[in-house]
Ligand binder design. Sequence first.
Ligand code: APR
Ligand code: PHB
Length: 384
Amino acid sequence: MRTQVGIIGAGPAGLLLSHLLHLRGVSSVVLERRSRAYVEGRVRAGVLEQGTVETLVEAGVGERLRREGLPHHGIELRYGGRGHRIAFEELVPGRTITVYGQQEVVKDLIAARLEAGGDVRFEVEDVALHDLDGEPYLTFGGERLACDVIAGCDGFHGVSRLSVPEGVLTFHERDYPFAWLGVLARVAPSSDELIYSRTERGFALHSMRTPEISRFYLQVPPDATAGEWPDERVWAELKARLETVPGFTLATGEILEKAVTPMRGFVTEPMQYGRLYLAGDAAHIVPPTGAKGLNLAVADVRVLTEALDRFFSTGSADLLDGYSAACLRRVWRAQHFSWWMTTLLHTFDSDDAYGRRLQLSYLDYVTSSRAAATTLAENYVGLP
Ligand code: APR
Ligand code: PHB
C-alpha cells in the first residue's frame, strides 16, 4: 500500500489535514487507534476562533457549524463580587468567537471524509513509524503503508513524537499545581456569555454547548478524580464559585459527563524530523484557560497543507523545511496567553496574601484599562 501522506490520529488535526489535502488533490490515509463512536463522543473544548471558523467554512465543512454554532461577542471576568465584560465588539471590532463542541467538528470532518471516499481507518492497532529520515513507511495490524510524508496528529499521548531519535527534539514543559474538572449538564446556560470566575475557593468557568446544554469547569487538586465529585458536590461548588455577584443564580440539571484534565503547557521544538511533521496536541499542549488548543491545531494544519501542496505540486520542500518555524511563533504566543490567563484566574496554594493582592490588582488593570482589555480580547479571539 502506498499514499502521499500517512496521517496518524483522527482528531481535529488529522481529519482536517486529510480533508484539506483532498481538496488540493493530495492523497492520504488516516490511522486512528480508537473507534469512530469513541472519537465522535469524546467531550473536549468548544471555543472556535474566527480564523478556525473561516477555515472550516472555506473547506466546505462549516454548514452545521454556521447553523448551530453560537457566536459570542464578549466574555465576563468575575471576581471581587463583580462581573466585568470584555467586549469584543468594542475592543476588536468585527471579530468574534463561536462556541461549537470539538466533537461536533470531528463528526462533521469524518462525515466529509467518508462522503468523499476518504480512507479513514478506526481501531487500528500498533501503529509504528519507520525510516523517517529516508523512505518513510508505517506499519499497523500486520499491514505496511509507504508514504512520501508522515503527519503525526496523534495528540499528546501519541506515538509519533516518541518515534524521533532521542536528543533530536527539545521538549519545554510547565505543569500547573491543579487540574480542571470538566462537567457537561443538561440545563440551559445561566448566562448568554462565558463567565471566567476567580474566587478564593478556586477558579470556575461557565461555558455552554447549545441552548439546552451547559459546560462547566472547576479548578481541582492535581490528583483529583471524578469519583470524588458526586453531582451534589459539583453543583454546590459551582454555585459557591459562580453565584458571587448580586442577582446571579446558577440553574442546575442532569449531569451527563464528568472528567478531570491535567493542566500543562508543553512545546516540542522543532515540530518536525526528516519526513515526519507533528501537528496539534502531538506537538504542543496549552492549559485550556485561553481556549487555544483546538485553534492551534487548525493553524498548524493550515500551514502544513500549504507546505505539502507546494511539495507535491512543484517538488520544492522549502515550505516544508520552514514548517516548524512558521508554526512556533503562534504556538509560543498562545503558550504565553494561556499561561497568563491561567495565572490571572486560578488560586495557587503557594501564593501568600501579597501574591493574591497582586493578582487582584492585575485583574483590576485588565478590566479598567482599554489597552489591557484589548490585549486580552485580541489574543482570545485569535491573532491573525
Ligand atoms: N495510533 C493511532 N491513533 C492514535 C495513537 C496511536 N498510537 N495515539 C493517539 N491516537 C489518536 C487519538 O485516539 C486521537 O483520536 O490521535 C488522535 C489525536 O486527537 P486529539 O487528541 O484530539 O489531538 P488534535 O487532533 O491535535 O486536536 C487538538 O485541541 O482542544 C484541544 O486537546 C484538545 O484534542 C484537542 C486538540
Ligand atoms: C469549553 O466550552 O469547553 C471551554 C470554553 C472556554 C475555555 C475552555 C473550554 O477557556
